[in-house]
Write a protein that binds this ligand. Structure first.
Ligand code: DC
Length: 227
């Protein structure tokens, strides 16, 4: 790990706008991007495909250590995720993969097994790290820690709109229930629960546009880096 490369850690619940904000931050800074949720999703996907039961034995921990996942931009600059050489970008975005990822992410030995893999993304000129525990566990020395929130209702609406754009007609009430369930599991787990680091800047994105949120984070980052 390069100790010199600065990190901006962006944490928050699903639907808080982290992914969109992090991609915009990456474009604005030219830094690397770590989508840590995609690693948990890739693990969940690989477990389902190989029939590894996350609740039983240490098969899931071994899989976390051996996982063959890679992130490569396609010709449009969109990141494609491959697992065992197969492009699974679309499958990873499915709600059921996110839910299984959240269950797999509860297991402390799985989180431990994925730590070095995440820290390896830290490289010059810098890293935008998107996740749940970037500021608390993975990069506790990040130059800037941001925690994004939004009401569960707004997050369900955003997810509904996102699915519609993908041609999927999600049920709003189901989405809201799933968001609440996932929040509960992610924030009450014993290891690395979803919570703001004590030195994080908390930004409520309810009612804000992506541009407004990115503007706030960029101002914070410019102030930190010129200190
Ligand atoms: O951000 P996401 O929806 O892609 O993440 C999927 C799940 O992975 C999320 O519900 C919890 C887990 N996760 C985690 O525990 N720690 C992270 N740093 C990122 C994701």
């Amino acid at each position: 790990m390069s100790r010199d490369a600065p990190v901006v850690a962006v944490d928050g619940p699903g639907g808080s706008g982290k992914g969109t904000v992090c991609r915009a931050l990456q474009r604005a800074t030219g830094w690397h991007l770590l989508d840590s949720g995609a690693i948990y999703r890739a693990l969940a996907f690989a477990a389902r495909r190989r029939g590894v039961d996350p609740q039983r034995g240490d098969g899931i921990v071994q899989l976390a250590r051996d996982l063959d996942v890679s992130f490569e931009p396609d010709s449009d600059g969109q990141i494609r995720v491959t697992v065992d050489g197969d492009d699974v970008t679309l499958e990873l975005r499915e709600e059921r993969t996110g839910n299984l990822a959240s269950q797999v992410a509860v297991i402390p030995a799985v989180r431990e097994a994925l730590l070095d893999r995440q820290r390896a993304f830290r490289a010059a000129p810098g890293l935008v790290a998107d996740g749940r525990d970037m500021g608390t566990v993975v990069f506790p020395d990040a130059e800037l820690k941001v925690f994004l929130t939004a009401s569960a209702e707004e997050r369900a609406l955003r997810r509904h709109k996102q699915l519609k754009e993908q041609g999927v007609d999600g049920n709003l009430a189901d989405l809201l229930r799933e968001i609440n369930e996932r929040d509960e599991r992610d924030s009450t787990r014993a290891t690395a629960p979803l919570k703001p680091a004590s030195d994080a800047e908390v930004i409520d994105t309810t009612g804000l546009t992506v541009e407004q949120v990115v503007g706030k984070v960029m101002t914070l980052l410019e102030n930190r880096l010129s200190l």
